[in-house]
Design a protein around this ligand. Structure first.
Ligand code: HEC
Ligand code: HEC
Length: 281
């Protein structure tokens, strides 16, 4: 007893004042978890803009009631509220999704944003930037995309619903859904990571909820889609046409294809006229 009076006093103090202990030890861990699961794919607090704005000082900027209303139901404000509309324009028309939060969760999240706007918080979670992936991983991503490699938990390969540049498979079956050539640019590195690990999409959610991608697979696919985005942009720039988006990339590929086959025909025409003439006469 006599040896640890300070430790004992500390334990008593923490037991008697858990809230005070938490304030000293940083933000509420459960709320940090919630932020990592629902917000961190698009936002930082104090580390700069991502898919959405840096949330540091959002409360100062807009007032707490506005922020709580927006976090609760962005869709209700993105068209009608002038400030939200301006934000949406600034962030490339990416619409923050309605995340189905309870009023208590909203309060806790806004408390967290408030707290981390003035104190240092680690809200980044574990994340491997695509720049740290290897060509091997991108190749594995392509094989997972096309179904050459099976997905570990048994989901259908991406190619059964999607197309993309660089898959090596021409427009096969993918008309059901979206072309993913520029999804990397649309969602950003963290946004794409979140989309692959926990797809909140109507159709994809249904397929992948029961058969999620592993972290490894999600990383390989992200590496592949990063390359697909670059390949798509290069194809457009080569044509120096103002082509944008997946439809543009497909059009660009179509045009390149046309040019290429005409070139081939030109080569053949130069090589084969004589035999043809002979056989004609
Ligand atoms: C898929 C990406 C995405 C997710 C996930 C997301 N946001 Fe957003 N958020 C945005 C974008 C983009 C904007 C800018 C407005 C717009 O275009 O929708 C925004 C705007 C905001 C704003 C207004 C900021 C300002 O400067 O006024 C707040 C506050 C906010 N988000 C909080 C959250 C919180 C809290 C979560 C998690 C519960 C969250 N967001 C999840 C993309 C996202
Ligand atoms: C059963 C069909 C199906 C399969 C299989 C599928 N997806 Fe999807 N995916 C969709 C649909 C449909 C959407 C559009 C949103 C929705 O779900 O309604 C979508 C949306 C996406 C998006 C978001 C696109 C955007 O622009 O925001 C990404 C990223 C994506 N899929 C990646 C993949 C990857 C990677 C795979 C393979 C691991 C895959 N999908 C497999 C049907 C599918």
């Amino acid at each position: 007893m006599r040896r640890h009076p300070r430790v004992l006093a500390g334990v008593l103090f923490l037991g008697a004042f858990p809230a005070a202990a938490r304030a000293q030890g940083g933000p509420d861990p459960a709320t940090v978890e919630l932020f990592l699961a629902k917000c961190a794919s698009c936002h930082t607090v104090g580390k700069g803009d991502r898919v959405g704005p840096d949330l540091r000082a959002a409360i100062d900027r807009r007032g707490r009631p506005w922020v709580e209303r927006f976090v609760g139901a962005p869709s209700a404000m993105l068209d009608s509220d002038p400030q939200a509309r301006d934000l949406r324009k600034k962030f490339n028309d990416v619409r923050m999704p309605d995340l189905g939060l309870t009023p208590d969760q909203i309060t806790r999240l806004v408390d967290l944003i408030d707290h981390c706007s003035t104190a240092a918080c680690d809200l980044a979670g574990k994340f491997t930037p695509v720049m740290q992936t290897t060509a091997e991983q991108a190749k594995r991503g392509r094989d997972l995309f096309t179904g050459r490699l099976a997905l570990q938990n048994g989901a259908a390969p991406c190619i059964s619903c999607h197309t993309t540049a660089g898959s090596g498979v021409p427009i096969a079956g993918g008309t059901f859904s979206k072309d993913l050539t520029h999804v990397y640019a649309r969602l950003g590195d963290q946004g794409l990571d979140a989309a692959l690990k926990a797809p909140a999409f109507r159709v994809m959610g249904r397929v992948f909820d029961a058969r999620p991608l592993t972290a490894d697979e999600a990383l390989a696919l992200r590496a592949f889609l990063y390359g697909a985005n670059k390949a798509g942009v290069d194809a457009q720039e080569a044509l120096s046409l103002p082509l944008l988006g997946g439809a543009g990339a497909l059009l660009a590929l179509g045009i390149l294809n046309g040019i290429w086959s005409r070139r081939l025909r030109g080569v053949r025409a130069a090589l084969v006229p004589r035999p043809r003439q002979e056989s004609a006469s």
